[in-house]
Write a protein that binds this ligand. Structure first.
Ligand SMILES: [Zn+2]
Length: 86
């Protein structure tokens, strides 16, 4: 697909959704509003951590979680693909 990972400089091989709680955090803290269902491109190295946090593997999917906030602060927002529904 040619996208770069939203967390590092590698080429993305997956894309993942953005939980509503995370979207809310990015809107409130980073002033970023997404249209449709945003997709987050990720490489093989970054996906597992994203996946674990997204599925609440260390607890609830919450932006009270330091690891989640750290991940969201590392996200390159310009690489997130907005899905306008086609
Ligand atoms: Zn990566």
């Amino acid at each position: 697909m040619g996208d770069d990972c939203a967390l590092c400089v590698d080429a993305a091989v997956f894309d993942e959704g953005l939980p509503p709680e995370w979207e809310e955090y990015l809107r409130d803290e980073r002033e970023k509003t997404f249209i449709g269902s945003p997709r987050v491109p990720l490489c093989a190295g970054c996906r597992p951590e994203y996946d674990i946090l997204k599925s609440g593997g260390y607890g609830p999917v919450s932006t009270d979680d330091e690891a989640v906030v750290e991940l969201l602060d590392d996200l390159r927002l310009d690489r997130i693909v907005e899905n306008h529904g086609f």
